[in-house]
Design a protein around this ligand. Structure first.
Ligand code: ASP
Ligand code: MG
Length: 407
């Protein structure tokens, strides 16, 4: 029978009562007779708390040590879940990421899965057990424990679902699914019944917190249908998959926003080949992902080059870029953190002109100034003042009539 993979996030496991409630849910799915693999995140805010604790003791804790520390969060929740299930009379076993066969490269804190060896999981399932796996972690060739980047339990779940040829990967969280916008900002936001991998990937990359972008990407590559739903009720959730009725629905599917944005501008660099390369190479080597990049038209042979990074990467970025001012012959390097990104996403937009113009008009009508613009085939993103992000999301939701159900 086809395997079911379920992943439960930290808020679904925040305390003993929540763990018991989730265990009941797992047990109910198990009663249908299907083999089940449960992937768990750390309880509540455990990961944040552990990072904070580490920082109290070491200003810049070593990444390898931090990974081993953080991995304990998921070990706590997986053992507790297995014990609870056993107490309820179900055969269950907990496995660390390593025991579940999650092999990664050695880039601590943002490790990538290089292979999954499912043999132990298969053996446990064959023995009739519910397998509870610690998410977010793996092991290197050297047997060092790694973590997959914040929110990485989603990635563990989808990777296991792919290798086990699971029928679906259910991601349980504290919201009912994927919404047309963040419901905390736009109360009229509507839950989507389904969304394509492509659209979900763009929304997740542009700040929709509901799923980790890497997990969506894996789902798309391996064709794993993903269901995002709440562990707090029985609502059906949102199906993320390959097929959607593209022609008959609203061309804008959703709006994402992200306030985790810092902008760096290198002022007055000579307009000649190689400048961008020597600026961005060290950032790439340091594993800093650069998002929006804009180079102004040059005036009298010099130009300004702006780019954005996550706020948490700003200090590292400046440390790498500042020493280059001489080499780049730049006049200055300035940075700011009071920006946010707002994006509209939809596969239907790619052959339909006019969406950019409508977006800019909606923002202008609310007096929102646009600092930078980037696009993909199915997305338009504007960088705006962080103070205006709620206004912008609401304006766009209204303009593109996302409160209306699909036709
Ligand atoms: N516990 C980890 C985090 O908070 C991984 C996860 O929740 O998916 O980032
Ligand atoms: Mg978490």
């Amino acid at each position: 029978m086809e395997i079911l993979v379920q992943k439960y996030g930290g808020s679904s496991l925040a305390n003993a009562d929540r763990i018991r409630a989730v265990a009941r849910r797992v047990a109910a799915s198990r009663d249908s007779g299907r083999p089940i693999v449960v992937v768990v995140s750390a309880m509540g805010d455990t990961t944040d708390d552990l990072i904070e604790l580490a920082q109290q003791l070491a200003e810049d804790p070593d990444d390898r040590e931090l990974d081993l520390l953080l991995s304990t969060g998921e070990m706590i929740s997986c053992t507790l879940m297995a014990m609870t299930l056993r107490h309820m009379g179900h055969e269950a076993i907990s496995l660390t990421g390593a025991q579940a066969g999650i092999r990664t490269d050695s880039s601590h804190r943002r490790a990538r899965i290089v292979a999954v060896d499912p043999s132990r999981v298969h053996r446990e399932l064959a023995a009739g057990r519910i397998v509870v796996v610690a998410g977010f972690q793996g092991i290197t060739e050297e047997f060092d424990i790694t973590t997959l980047g914040r929110g990485g339990s989603d990635t563990t779940a989808v990777a296991l679902a792919a290798i086990l040829h699971a029928r679906t990967c259910e991601i349980y969280t504290d919201v009912d699914g994927v919404y047309t916008a963040d419901p905390r900002i736009e109360p009229r936001a509507r839950k989507l019944d389904e969304i394509s991998y492509e659209e979900m990937l763009e929304l997740a990359q542009q700040g929709a917190k509901v799923m980790h972008p890497r997990a969506v990407e894996l789902g798309s590559v391996y064709g794993v249908p993903i269901v995002v739903r709440s562990s707090f009720n029985e609502n059906p959730g949102t199906l993320i998959h390959g097929e959607t009725a593209m022609e008959i629905r609203n061309k804008v599917r959703g709006i994402a926003h992200d306030t985790d944005v810092a902008k760096v501008t290198v002022v007055g660099v000579p307009d000649r080949p190689g400048i961008a390369a020597s600026l961005f190479r060290p950032l790439a080597d340091a594993n800093i992902s650069v998002d929006v990049i804009v180079q102004n038209a040059s005036i009298q042979g010099t130009t300004d080059l702006s780019f954005t990074v996550a706020r948490s990467d700003l200090n590292r970025t400046l440390r790498l870029v500042q020493p280059l001012t001489g080499e780049l012959q730049a006049a200055d390097i300035v940075s700011s953190t009071d920006l946010a990104k707002v994006s509209i996403v939809g596969t239907g937009m790619q052959h339909a002109p006019g969406y950019a113009a409508r977006m800019f008009k909606a923002l202008a009508d609310r007096n929102v100034n646009i600092d930078m613009i980037t696009t993909s085939e199915i997305r338009i993103t504007c960088l705006i003042d962080a103070q205006q992000v709620s206004d912008a999301v609401q304006a766009l939701h209204e303009t593109f009539q996302l409160d209306k159900a699909d036709l």
